[in-house]
Design a protein around this ligand. Structure first.
Ligand code: NZQ
Ligand code: ZN
Length: 391
């Protein structure tokens, strides 16, 4: 196991109706004038936004609103939010929504105290200061509610980039699983796929003797395999929603990723797709991950065989462990098909003739040096080969 530090300062509030306490938590973390940031309307339709506003008013807090965050959140609304916060002297941002809304809130939060262009932080500059943020989560997926990352799509060129900083951990996150019961089956499945990707990207490690995190990752993957289809079949299954929601947080606050090298190739390769074609991140991952796994399998057949046995229940073939490894990847593909995730580039609206451009952006975009380092060191040609495996 490698040396590590672990910092997870978010105050989590989990359970039914806890959104009605949003005002209390904003107050607890020092907010007086709040920006409520939300998405395309689901929080309005469900009445959630009204409940949150009522709670802020009851706590004696002033607020302004900025809705309209799109999935794969865009830079344009971030600039608007920065301007609004400065004008209204906002001192706390409350994101009500999914990963896109939370990431947009985080981008505004680092943009407000910064004199330059907030996009600098998405091109490698480290953020040292931010307005505090809180979240009311409505979809279990990205894990942004417990993490220090934010992913934004720049409107000029449609490329998607990430930043991370200690100042971006939410002060508090309210996780009420019942709020996710209004999700369409497709979005639920995208979330399940993203959560599994966050676990798998950590599972594919080159670090030895990391049994504690290996076992945690396997346990969470088994949870997703059991609970995911239940939530899709019965959207009102509170128990399944609750398990998925907490698994989604644990999958990405890095409690299961400490002390080990991680991969993230699937995420980088997928971000080019959702940036260029505006597909859902989870749907993109459903197409990318099996291809990356097939391409990288021979780097450590035993790790893939272990995943197949411990997570997918395959029988170990001791004479030919590569057969077991392949069976595990097939079992994953069956699972993705069962939850109706796409299986090829065409399903995502992606064009085969764009592959070279996508691979080039993935290898060299935003100051990258040509090698995608992770479980394997992938060159531009490797990435082209991987896109071609997606059919
Ligand atoms: O905008 P509204 O109307 O709210 O609709 C959303 C959106 O259309 C809808 N939705 C959310 N909660 C709902 C609901 N519909 C009905 N009932 C509810 N309770 O679902 C759609 C997707 O929402 P979005 O926020 O985009 O989903 P998600 O949480 O999957 O976020 C995706 C974004 O997160 C980024 C992705 O790249 C993508 O841009 N990621 C962020 C990460 C991070 N910050 O650490 C890591 C991830 O790997 C990921 O890259
Ligand atoms: Zn993800």
């Amino acid at each position: 196991m490698d040396n590590f530090t672990f910092y997870s300062p978010t105050y989590f509030v989990f359970g039914k109706e806890e959104e009605n306490n949003a005002g209390k938590y904003v107050q607890r973390f020092g907010g007086k004038k709040v920006l409520i940031h939300y998405g395309g309307g689901s929080a309005v339709r469900s009445g959630l936004l009204d409940r949150v506003k009522k709670s802020l008013t009851q706590a004696g807090l002033e607020y302004v609103e900025l809705g309209g965050v799109k999935p794969n959140p865009r830079s344009g609304l971030v600039y608007e939010g920065i301007g609004l916060c400065r004008k209204e002297k906002v001192d706390f941002i409350l994101a009500v929504g999914g990963g896109s809304t939370i990431d947009s809130a985080k981008a505004i939060a680092i943009g407000v105290p910064y004199e330059g262009d907030f996009w600098d932080f998405y091109q490698g500059k480290a953020a040292a200061e931010a307005l505090p943020i809180g979240t009311v989560l409505t979809i279990a997926a990205a894990g942004s509610e417990g993490g220090n990352g934010s992913v934004i799509t720049h409107e000029e060129g449609n490329y998607k980039r990430a930043t991370g900083s200690e100042v971006l951990y939410p002060k508090f996150s309210i996780l009420n699983p019942a709020l996710t019961q209004t999700l369409p089956a497709y979005q639920t499945a995208c979330g399940i796929t993203d959560i599994m990707a966050h676990l798998l990207e950590r599972y594919f490690t080159n670090t030895k003797e990391v049994e504690v995190t290996d076992r945690l990752l396997e346990a969470l993957l088994l949870t997703m395999i059991k609970e995911g289809p239940k939530a899709i079949e019965n959207p009102n299954d509170y128990g399944a929603r609750a398990n998925i929601m907490w698994a989604g947080m644990m999958a990405h606050n890095d409690s299961c990723g400490v002390g080990r090298s991680q991969d993230w190739a699937s995420h980088e390769i997928e971000h080019e797709l959702s940036g260029a074609y505006d597909c859902a991140h989870g749907a993109g991952l459903a197409v990318v991950m099996p291809a990356v796994m097939k391409y990288n399998m021979y780097r450590d057949v035993n790790r893939f065989a272990r995943l197949a046995v411990n997570v997918w229940g395959c029988q170990m073939n001791f004479d030919h462990p590569e057969e077991t490894a392949k069976e595990g990847i097939e079992a994953f593909q069956h699972f993705l098909a069962k939850i109706h995730m796409p299986s090829n580039l065409e399903d995502l609206g992606a064009r085969e003739e764009d592959i070279e451009m996508l691979a080039h952006n993935c290898s060299y975009g935003a100051g990258r040096t040509g090698i995608l380092n992770g479980f394997a060191a992938l060159t531009e040609q490797d990435i082209i080969n991987i896109y071609h495996l997606m059919g």
